[in-house]
Design a protein around this ligand. Structure first.
Ligand code: AMP
Length: 396
């Protein structure tokens, strides 16, 4: 893997694609800076080597060109604080001003470019736009794992203009190495915990994991499609009615491959989809009409936790219930505790990005697991075995 460790940045300008797509409140305060802090090791290493840094990113989904709300200038003060030095800003990502500023940049300095998605060419993967961006640096560094599954101008297409000077940043390298640990070389027993709303979103990953794992735990909304397929009553719980056969075939495949498939045996149910709903516990397949399962129940917590705690490798993708509502987060929290306990006992635990990462952050447990992926869609696609355009562009 070609990383920033294999290149000398002294006197060079590193053009780094980062993922600074952070949430901002109505006063443009950054409400979660994880994506910015995740890129700091790469930036600092290049500056320490005597390089200059030019950062490019997208922010939000601007539809019609430059929009105040999506300007990356709002990030400059906080980025300057994080780096302990003033960050320069170019109010366009291409054009005269950006070009001039990128020429004048000195060793140890940092320049942030305006939002790439102010140009529709970015998401289209336009070659001419990518070429214009490429003029701003000597070495291309991709450290934006969150967008690595997109073949955009700045994430993939641009790499062709740096045939001998394109490398992964530390965040990308960590993401790929940790995924590799799970996919090829997982210590046994290997347990995958799948949850979230839909089985259809994760079917490819589940099928792939059936060849690798010892235990497959299924919880969250997707479990109700399995319960229904088994002939149970699920009330008004989430259901993908067209996936009943698929659920049955997954159960069959798990059996054939000797995978221990664990499904919920009981559920916390609610009479409406709200935190203040009336609550009860029902066995799987015995949910009354007009009630819905919003979390795994206490017996299921015991069952799942035991398997998780005995594991040496854990992949977790998707919450066990509607963890955003405090009254239905106990299942997800208990599984997070079990993952933390296993990790403490020496297991390697990888939390897929997206909602499981949000849950672990909500419980303030990021430090209790081995690695939390920063990329939702990218992480899922990589685990499914797809080649990510952002990765391919550096490797080829
Ligand atoms: P996903 O994006 O597919 O990983 O799904 C995550 C979402 O699934 C979260 O917002 C959860 O609130 C939701 N979820 C988990 N369990 C349930 C459930 N039993 N019923 C409805 N939604 C659920």
């Amino acid at each position: 893997m070609k990383t920033i460790d294999q290149i000398s940045f002294n006197g060079k300008r590193a053009l780094i694609r980062v993922d600074f797509n952070v949430p901002l409140d109505e006063n443009y305060n950054i409400t979660d800076d994880n994506r910015m802090t995740a890129a700091l090791p790469t930036i600092k290493k290049i500056l320490k080597d005597g390089g200059a840094v030019i950062l490019m990113s997208h922010l939000g989904r601007p539809k019609d060109g430059p929009t105040e709300k999506y300007s990356l200038k709002h990030l400059v003060p906080h980025l300057s604080d994080l780096l302990g030095q003033q960050v320069e800003f170019a109010d366009d990502c291409i054009g005269e001003d950006a070009l001039q500023k990128s020429k004048e940049i000195e060793k140890g300095e940092v320049l942030l470019l305006e939002n790439l998605r102010f140009y529709k060419e970015e998401e289209k993967g336009d070659v001419a736009f990518a070429e214009k961006l490429s003029k701003l640096g000597d070495i291309y560094v991709n450290d934006a794992f969150g967008t690595a599954h997109r073949a955009h101008a700045s994430t993939a297409v641009i790499a062709q203009f740096f045939p001998d000077a394109k490398v992964f940043g530390y965040l990308m390298a960590a993401e790929l190495n940790n995924a590799e640990k799970i996919l090829n070389g997982a210590a046994k027993p290997f347990t995958a915990i799948m949850g979230g709303s839909k089985v259809s979103d994760k079917i490819q990953l589940i099928e792939r994991l059936l060849d690798k794992v010892d235990n497959l735990i299924i919880g969250g909304g997707m479990a109700y499609t399995f319960a229904k397929a088994d002939g149970g009553n699920i009330g008004t719980s989430l259901l993908e009615a067209d996936k009943l056969d698929l659920a049955l075939s997954l159960v069959q495949k798990a059996k054939e491959k000797g995978v221990n498939l664990l499904l919920p045996v009981d559920n916390v149910i609610a009479d409406k989809f709200a935190n203040d709903a009336n609550k009860d516990v029902a066995k799987t397949g015995e949910i009354p009409d007009n009630w819905m399962g919003l979390d795994i129940g206490p017996e299921t917590i015991k069952l799942f936790s035991k398997t998780v705690e005995e594991s040496k490798t854990i992949l977790w993708n998707g919450p066990m219930g509607v963890f955003e509502m405090d009254n239905f987060m106990a299942g997800t929290k208990a599984i997070a505790d079990a993952v933390a306990k296993a990790t403490d006992n020496g297991a390697f635990s990888l939390i897929g990005g997206g909602d499981s990462a949000a849950a672990v952050a909500k419980f303030d447990m990021v430090g209790d697991v081995s690695y939390v992926s920063t990329g939702g869609g990218a992480s899922l696609e990589y685990m499914e075995g797809k080649e990510l355009p952002g990765v391919k562009a550096i490797n080829e």
